[in-house]
Design a protein around this ligand. Structure first.
Ligand code: DGL
Length: 278
């Protein structure tokens, strides 16, 4: 008979990390689906953006952050960043002893489920698209036709608060044109920032293209894993939400609310250089 998991273990926090603010869209989805779970977020604001960095650099940052979060005694690690999921998921899965969830496989699964005609578009950072991770994840589970497009201007647009209006709409039109020419019927939003462009993206794609939010898909995967392992929190009190960054906590506090959809308080700065590797 499986051993009964005790409450102390169930009520350990979930660790979530990203290159900066963007992963707060994933934290927000986890918090919505699992409101009783204690969450610890790390935003690597000293090294953002990951999207244009090398695999080696992103793997190193990801290992340092995982080491920090594991010292916080987390029960599960979520790689909220698509670029870090593309580059570091397999490395972290091998080097840590807790479950690790990335955003790519859940996003790919959701796309396959929703693409009625099996024609899937993927948009992401240069790193995510070049890694071919979404492409391979979709191909592993289906015979869908897959088309990719890197959209490097989307992250700065969102961070500048230009996620609405004509400039954003025009840029979206240019990036999506080649994908729409392929008659896609699902579009994977393969970057933490893209949920904030949903309104304009769906205007550009029209109602026949299903927008797939990897953040939501990853949050559902977290729930499924914890349920299977009998590790869902059984706490009766309000869950605690903690935020750490590697630089500029004030800016994170100010801008983060836009991604988390709630006000953010008590952001602490951590020096990652002092943390040893996993
Ligand atoms: N978080 C990154 C991602 O989802 C986007 C921002 C960055 O380039 O660091 O790929």
């Amino acid at each position: 008979m499986p051993e009964k998991i005790n409450s102390a273990l169930k009520n350990k926090p979930i660790g979530i990390f990203d290159s900066g603010f963007g992963g707060l869209t994933v934290m927000s989805a986890v918090n919505k689906i699992l409101p009783n779970e204690n969450l610890i977020y790390f935003g690597d604001t000293a090294h953002v953006p990951y999207g244009s960095k090398s695999k080696d650099a992103v793997v190193k940052f990801s290992k340092d952050i995982a080491s920090f979060l594991i010292k916080k005694d987390i029960k599960l690690l979520v790689i909220a960043c698509n670029t870090a999921s593309a580059f570091a998921l397999s490395v972290l899965k091998k080097s840590v002893s807790i479950p690790v969830v990335g955003v790519i496989e859940p996003g790919a699964k959701a796309a396959v489920k929703n693409a009625k005609n099996g024609r899937i578009g993927i948009i992401g950072t240069e790193g995510t698209v070049a890694s071919g991770s979404y492409f391979k994840a979709v191909k592993k589970i289906s015979g869908a036709a897959v088309f990719q497009q890197a959209c490097p201007l989307f992250v700065p647009l969102v961070e500048e608060g230009w996620n609405k209006g004509k400039i954003a709409q025009d840029i979206i039109g240019v990036y999506l044109k080649p994908l729409l020419a392929k008659n896609i019927d699902a579009l994977i939003l393969g970057c933490t920032h893209y949920p904030l462009l949903k309104e304009l993206l769906s205007k550009a794609t029209g109602a026949n293209v299903e927008l797939i939010d990897s953040a939501n898909a990853a949050a559902l995967e977290v729930k499924e894993i914890l349920l299977k392992k009998d590790m869902l929190s059984d706490a009766k009190k309000k869950a605690s939400l903690k935020f750490y960054v590697s630089d500029n906590p004030k800016k994170f506090q100010k801008i983060g609310g836009k991604f988390f959809l709630k006000k953010i308080n008590g952001v602490k700065k951590i020096n990652l250089e002092r943390i040893c590797e996993v």
